[in-house]
Design a protein around this ligand. Structure first.
Ligand code: DC
Length: 228
């Protein structure tokens, strides 16, 4: 049976995961957060005392890091060697390590297989950096979601402040710009808009407006349109 797939790519903080989660829920699809898989691997490298530039050592230990995902109440959980690490992978240190190590071919090919397998087995909304360009080039609907770096930093700042975590908006924006640079300029599967992806700039849109826009694109596509 052919499964439906929606690919959502874009830079850090553009709102991909919030929207992908909502769209998946409304459509009854599985939400696949590929960033969480790269993050779990990065956590493993940190725990092994490996630094981001040690590509050879990363290649050597990769086989020892088993990444699996499961769904609890419809929410994706990521497991590293049987341990649920979902709550440990959102720190700044892990974010930086993830962006730095996701550029390696061996890291990417390990996770590519898992991502394609998931899309083969279920209807998915999958978000990441290279889903429309590389992981699922035949995705039924591709969206490239973006927003200005200041707006993205502001959203992250509000999120952290709400959780009582002290932070500085300038620092956050600097981190976002650095990550974008690295993700867009790496050699393998860089962050890019697929030619056939719909560009969605969410700078001036509320979460509900973006979710409605994505569902309208899906309905348009399902009815035989071009998604716009
Ligand atoms: O979406 P995120 O912020 O959780 O992703 C963390 C990092 O993982 C991001 O800086 C780049 C990398 N990543 C990737 O290279 N390819 C993907 N499909 C998803 C994430």
């Amino acid at each position: 049976m052919k499964h439906y797939s929606i690919a959502i790519d874009g830079p850090a903080g553009a709102g991909k995961s919030t929207i992908a989660k909502k769209a998946a829920k409304r459509l009854g699809f599985l939400y696949v957060d590929t960033g969480a898989m790269y993050r779990a691997l990065a956590l493993y490298f940190i725990r092994q005392g490996i630094s981001a530039d040690e590509e050879d050592r990363i290649g050597e230990v990769l086989d020892d890091a088993d990444i699996t995902i499961a769904y609890e109440d419809g929410t994706q959980q990521v497991y590293l060697n049987g341990e649920n690490v979902s709550g440990l992978i959102r720190t700044e240190d892990v974010s930086r390590m993830t962006s730095a190590t996701s550029r390696y071919a061996a890291v990417r090919s390990k996770l590519l297989q898992l991502q394609r397998k998931l899309a083969k087995e279920a209807d998915v909304v999958m978000d990441g950096r290279d889903i429309g360009t590389f992981v699922l080039p035949d995705a039924d609907l591709k969206i490239y979601m973006t927003a200005g770096s200041r707006e993205r930093a502001k959203r992250r700042f509000l999120e952290l402040t709400e959780q009582g975590i002290p932070c500085n908006i300038e620092e956050i924006e600097k981190g976002i710009i650095e990550r974008d640079e690295r993700d867009m300029n790496r050699e393998i599967a860089p962050l890019a808009k697929a030619e056939d992806a719909v560009l969605l700039d969410t700078s001036q849109m509320s979460v509900e407006e973006v979710a409605d826009a994505v569902l309208a694109m899906y309905q348009n596509k399902a009815a035989g349109g071009n998604g716009t």
